[in-house]
Design a binder for this molecule. Sequence first.
Ligand code: ZN
Length: 374
Amino acid sequence: MKPSFEILSKAPGSSARAGLIHTAHGPIETPAFAPVASQGTVKGLTHEQVEELGAQLLLMNSYHLFLRPGIETIARLGGLHLFTSWSKPILTDSGGFQIYSLSPLAKVEPDGVRFASHLDGTRIFLRPEDVIDIQVSLGSDICMALDYFLPYPSPREKMKEAVNVTSRWARRSRDQFLGRAADLQLWGINQGGVDWDLRKKSIEDLLDIGFDGYALGGLGLGEPKSELLAILEQSAGLLPEDRPRYLMGMGYIADILEAVERGVDLFDCVLPTRNARNGTLFTSRGRVVIKNRKYALDPGPLDPDCRCFTCRRFSRAYLRHLYERREMSSAVLNTIHNLHYYLDIFRKIRQSIQLHLFADLKRKILLNQEEDTL
Ligand SMILES: [Zn+2]
């Protein structure tokens, strides 16, 4: 069997690496950013636009798709790739994050998690095995094991319990997955917050079980930056070189650069797309809040250094007008720009690692990040 991950280049003086994740729906160049397509679509864009922007992987959401239109419906329609007509790789999350964050009544039991649908309150019980069955039925290229996730900060005893439950569920997920789908991958998620002893135990448990890739979960929840970076560095030191590492849900470019430097290969976040719809745009000169009155007569492009469709064609004044009028095209054009900005930075990151210029790129990007005045 072809190895699912290969490293093409490493940046000298740091742990940054450029590589390829091989899937049945094509390769993913890493470090990679997965735009979020919760309901099977990046809000506001067509798949064609998303592909043109350079996305090689989409994150779709098991929890939302499970509730609507339902897994059986998608399976009957040929699986997630056929149903959504997205032909490149798909990663589905386990749904854990949504269960714990959207359902106030979520209760973890030894055998699984009990929760109420945030839509109509229907009581649902899911075991780790069910979560694997759901993702295998969807035909997701990268499936994630169900984990037990706690907010920050949480008492150490509870964190310890979360790590133990996560490890037990990880083993059951692996057992359920084995022999089911040779062309799909199963990745494990480690927990433990910023407590290194717990995080270390979680990683060791997952390594003992063995996964195609390893995700760092439960981070980016408000813990001090220095502690987060220390955990990333220590975790990367423990994880195997030949498996991809995924930092879940972290989306600020400054944090992404720090994580890449510490050996993280994959990221996802709603930040560029959600913020685009809210009129907050990320540019090479910093953040632009397009509703700001100072742009009302600004004939210049959103980002003078950007080559995206939005920046080549429209002025800040026009984008502000669309936003103020709540036009659908505002969300579309803003999302095109923000996704282009993110995916272009990832292109540059991969290139700079290959050319041994990652440290220079990081310095340059961070130098120009001044925030807009609100
Ligand atoms: Zn642009």
